[in-house]
Design a protein around this ligand. Sequence first.
Ligand SMILES: C[S@@+](CC[C@H](N)C(=O)[O-])C[C@H]1O[C@@H](n2cnc3c(N)ncnc32)[C@H](O)[C@@H]1O
Length: 211
Amino acid sequence: MEKQEIRTFGRRHGKKLSPRKQLLLETVLPAFLPKNIKNAGNLILEIGFGNGEHVRDLAIRNPESIIIGAEPFMNGVAALLSAITNESTNEIMNEYKNIRIWPDDVRKMFNELDAKFNEIWVLHPDPWPKARHEKRRLLNADFLSVLGTKLMPNGQIIIGTDHWEYFDWIVEQSKKTALNASFPAQSVIHTRYAEKNMAKTTEPKYLILSN
Ligand SMILES: C[S@@+](CC[C@H](N)C(=O)[O-])C[C@H]1O[C@@H](n2cnc3c(N)ncnc32)[C@H](O)[C@@H]1O
């Protein structure tokens, strides 16, 4: 974020962390920062991973890919670290060795990391439902266009939300970009916010954007 960007997320810190999670943030997180991956092969990005359930799923389903998760909420980062490391040794579990973590706003990462992705996932982005907060919505036309420039040829941006009004808004925003939209028949992807279903809709809707 070179200029001051509008903040698209809520809190950076929640309830006090357990001693183990605090230790993981201080001593293990540095090894997970995405460095030297410009020329890596398959790259997948998840923006706003929450507690990281889907990042873990991506890591297991794509063992040949590097999965980068971006999340500024440090309790979420700590939750992911806790789930991918051995409880007694704090060592990374084998099946999660392809995970990298950017513990901040993804827009800052784009200033530092010149990489292109095969897939970019955004599941249950903060809907900012009040009209006066609409400017906080991450998936506006400008940012979708930026994401388009971060895609490999034939890459995809996969977006899902249970907030149907935000979904329709994202579809409208995408029409202002050069991206092509398609609507996959997709079974529900289980994440914390998919389970919470704060929008009280019957199911999440999914959208794929591609170049
Ligand atoms: C409603 S939560 C959904 C979390 C998770 N994807 C899920 O489905 O359970 C949205 C997440 O997006 C994160 N977020 C918002 N703006 C972001 C940004 N600019 N960069 C990275 N993450 C962001 C928030 O911190 C929050 O954890």
